[in-house]
Design a protein around this ligand. Sequence first.
Ligand code: GLU
Ligand code: ZN
Length: 461
Amino acid sequence: MSSTVVTRFAPSPTGSLHLGNARTAFFSYLWARRSGGRFILRIEDTDVERSQPRFRDELMVDLGWLGFEWDEGPDVGGPSGPYLQSERGAFYGELFGRLAAAGQVYPCYCTADELELSRKLQRMAGKPPRYAGTCRTLSAGERAEREARGLNPTLRFAVPEAVIEFDDLVHGPQRFLSSDIGDFIVRREDGTAGFFFSNAVDDAVMGVTHVLRGDDHLTNTPRQLMLLDALQLRRPRYGHVGLLVGADGAPLSKRHGSTSVAEFRERGFLSGALLNHLFRLGHASDVDGWLATADMPAHFFPEHLGRASARFDESQLLHWQKETLQRMSASEIRTWMGSNESTEFIELVRHNVVLPADALPWAAVLRGDLPPLGPDEQRLIDAAGSEFFSAAADALERSGPDLKALTKLLKERTGRKGAELFMPLRVALTGQAHGPELAPLLKLMTPGTARRRLESHAKNP
Ligand code: GLU
Ligand code: ZN
């Protein structure tokens, strides 16, 4: 047996890729890459009502944008396909047959109403609701009678008496009693495989060695291990990472703002920024600074994954966004902005841009009309006085768009220097007290624009 690490991401195509799922996909991907192993993409679309091909396509676009290349998957194929669970029905059928032959599954004819009533009664009696085992002991005659009534059964796993133990990669040793677990559905009424079943057997037969997933699946694991044991399939190791939460500690959801990878992309966040943030959420790396995606596997330590919930923080994300932008060329930034501005312009504004839309006001500063001044800016203009701007307009005539020459002339004329000279000039020219360097900005401005702006604050002739 080879010791190759095989990890996977197994999303259900029932919505867009949530940041929390992207994070477990990321950790799984990193684990495979750091170990020279394989990373599988498997689409868990057996729930026909909730799954949509559109979501499957979007998931793959989002994963591709993040840069998680999968070695096996629905589009690239591989030795363990098909990788869409909706196409694995024949294989599941075979396994159902094996379980049935061994008496480890049985048909359940209970209706949704009956199950609901039973749960209610258990809750009233102060017991945790679970399937009561009603159909486990039906005789062949009773089954035939229900079939004759046209009842379409689900298939339930007959949970054996057992203590289920496993060593969680994140939480450490776990121990569950099967007596706390009701017989659960492995095949739905419509014939499709249930989640516990398809998820567990696919991991086993696809050779997955390490399953990383959210904490919310921890209590599913004993069920899945019982199934694998019953089928004599090899158990993967499971690791359950703490969930992603918002600033208030509640699971990251819509009310925290953006939650899907697509939303962040559409807002203009860079995958490098998102990955640098996710990399450190619930994972203690040995590197604090920005990392290129290609360098992350070497700094990923599965043993440093945490069980505490991890706080997603958009201000942290903005920090990584700036770090990522710093490392991009002007032409990369231009592409990201979807802009056809000149390289000079991009170089000028790049340090004032965190999201693409941040560049728009600076384009307007060059070519358009300035918005009305804010109160602080107006005060600076007033303090400089109209004579200052008359002098500035004159000086500009002579200096041209050369800031050094302009300020030298202006200093001679007005006796002002430093911020006293510079700030009113900047505010008059750009409408703002802060922003990109003024010298190149002035160069890129049309001469008429600069003159008009200075004159607009000058004394009326
Ligand atoms: N399809 C399951 C989900 O998206 C997979 C869980 C797992 O990773 O095992 O929740
Ligand atoms: Zn039943």
